[in-house]
Design a binder for this molecule. Structure first.
Ligand code: NDP
Length: 328
């Protein structure tokens, strides 16, 4: 049998962690033939709660779960990691300025980047979920100079899935009939969910959806503000859907995208579509041979251009702010 794959999860005692760990242990991250060893990282005051989650994982008697270790030291937690899911982050507190938020997260993602650089396995794949995810990923990546930059990604798969769900509902077709939807830019309210190249049952989505007003005033804001709507309804932020999207992101990264379709992920820009090189921005991407690649050669209409630029400008501002703080 295959040797276990080391999966490090930070923020393991949180709500997303609670949903995510069971999906990983059951084999949904890496498939039914791959045993996993979980390495959980928490801040010291949450280690006890992580131990509780670990007890429940044990009680799942998962055939593929070959061990669970819990750490409060990133150096240890990332030792030998093949996959790292960075979920724990400092949430925005009332009255907190963006600079304070970025600084607090710099204090988390800088040492984690260093620990990944020092001790992760050579095939390490990193997904940042904790917000502000794109810029947290940028900070971690900047402190891992020996790891290829393209191993650092941030999650916009939940936004992608939310876009599929809204279109499926509007058109009355199953999500399997929808292809080539894309999320561009930052995982924030400025993100641009696009159907410009999408297909509905093989037809251009722009021929099926001609209501520009619905796109601009309903679809886009509904996807971008879905997180707030869930908090309003559930009294807690989305967690299981975020965990599900994290599973999808890594599963696709490892197993590839189907022919004739793509997905969305925030990856290091190579300058494609005018997105400054080095920013970790969401693009339509394909995956093959364990690598995400930005889809090339798409025509960008004026409506899309303005929205992509607005979100990418926000990413550039976040990058400039963390640079000024000495975090990258
Ligand atoms: P959650 O598990 O609900 O969320 C964790 C992070 O995921 C937050 O930054 C959250 O951002 C982000 N996130 C990204 N996408 C989504 C989404 N669609 N829906 C909801 N959240 C999303 O937070 P908890 O407070 O329950 O748990 C966080 C845990 O992390 C705690 O146990 C804490 O101790 C731990 N932690 C660990 C660290 C470490 O390991 N070094 C460092 C810091 C914290 P947003 O806040 O914007 O919703």
């Amino acid at each position: 049998t295959q040797a276990p794959v080391n999966v490090t999860v930070t923020g393991a005692a949180g709500q997303i962690g609670y949903a995510l760990l069971f999906r990983i242990a059951s084999g949904q991250l890496l498939g039914p033939d791959t045993p996993v060893k979980l390495r959980l990282l928490e801040i010291p005051q949450a280690v006890k709660a992580a131990e509780g989650t670990a007890m429940e994982l044990e009680d799942g008697a998962f055939p593929l779960l070959s061990g669970i270790d819990i750490f409060d030291d990133p150096k240890q937690a990332f030792e030998g990691a093949n996959v790292a899911l960075l979920v724990g982050a400092r949430p925005r507190a009332k009255g907190m300025e963006r600079g304070d938020l970025l600084e607090a997260n710099g204090g988390i993602f800088k040492p984690q980047g260093e620990a990944i650089n020092a001790g992760a396995a050579s095939d390490i794949k990193v997904l940042v979920v904790g917000n502000p995810a794109n810029t947290n990923a940028l900070i971690a990546q900047a402190h891992a100079p020996d790891v290829p930059a393209d191993r650092f990604t941030a999650m916009t798969r939940l936004d992608h899935n939310r876009a599929l769900a809204q279109l499926s509902k509007k058109l009355g077709v199953p999500v399997t009939e929808l292809k080539k939807v894309a999320i561009w830019g930052n995982h924030s309210a400025t993100q641009y969910p696009s159907i410009a190249h999408a297909e509905v049952s093989g037809k251009p989505a722009t021929e099926v959806i001609t209501d520009q007003q619905w796109l601009a005033e309903d679809f886009i804001p509904t996807v971008a503000k879905r997180g707030a709507a869930i908090i309003e309804a559930r009294g807690l932020s989305s967690a299981a859907s975020a965990a599900s999207a994290a599973i999808d992101h890594v599963h696709t990264w490892v197993n590839g995208t189907p022919e004739g379709d793509w997905t969305s992920a925030a990856v290091v820009s190579d300058g494609s579509y005018g997105v400054p090189e080095g920013l970790i921005s969401s693009f339509p991407v394909t995956a093959a041979n364990g690598e995400y690649k930005i889809v090339q050669g798409l025509e960008i209409d004026d409506f899309s251009r303005a929205r992509i630029d607005a979100s990418v400008n926000e990413l550039a501002e976040e990058r400039d702010a963390v640079k000024k703080l000495g975090l990258i």
